[in-house]
Design a protein around this ligand. Structure first.
Ligand SMILES: [Zn+2]
Length: 136
């Protein structure tokens, strides 16, 4: 094997032209050029290009966030637990939108607590003295 002096591509000994750039300048056939500057100048491998493509778990995050918002206004007791589970799955297994997942988890928990509190209050389960204050 021999290396192209122009682009560093590895070529077969019998090649007259570089398979990478067409140059005719080569290192000596069969000379091992480990560690040579030419080898070091070889084109860098393409980096993985799919790092930014959302996975299906990232969709859980998006669903969880949307559900947590909608759940604050309608059918809270169904939407918020769904949002919570989806956002947790998205946070643990997804690669993106982790901030969104955390937001969805916080919204779902707060909304459920408010729902719980309002329900208990409506049932008279919370004594009046407990909820006095806050600029009364
Ligand atoms: Zn070349």
């Amino acid at each position: 094997m021999k290396n192209c002096l122009n682009c560093g591509a590895v070529n077969k000994d019998e090649n007259n032209f570089c398979c990478g750039c067409g140059s005719t300048a080569f290192t000596n056939p069969s000379a091992e050029n480990l560690g040579s500057p030419i080898r070091a100048a070889a084109p860098v491998q393409n980096l993985p290009y799919n790092n930014n493509i959302p996975t299906k778990f990232d969709l859980f995050t998006i669903f969880g966030f949307v559900a947590s918002i909608i759940g604050a206004f309608v059918i809270t007791l169904i939407l918020e637990p769904l949002a919570l589970v989806s956002a947790i799955i998205g946070f643990v297994k997804g690669k993106r939108f982790r901030g969104l997942a955390i937001a969805a988890i916080i919204i779902a928990v707060i909304t459920l607590l408010i729902r719980l509190f309002v329900t208990l209050h409506n049932l008279g389960a919370i004594p009046e003295w407990l909820i006095t204050g806050a600029l009364d």
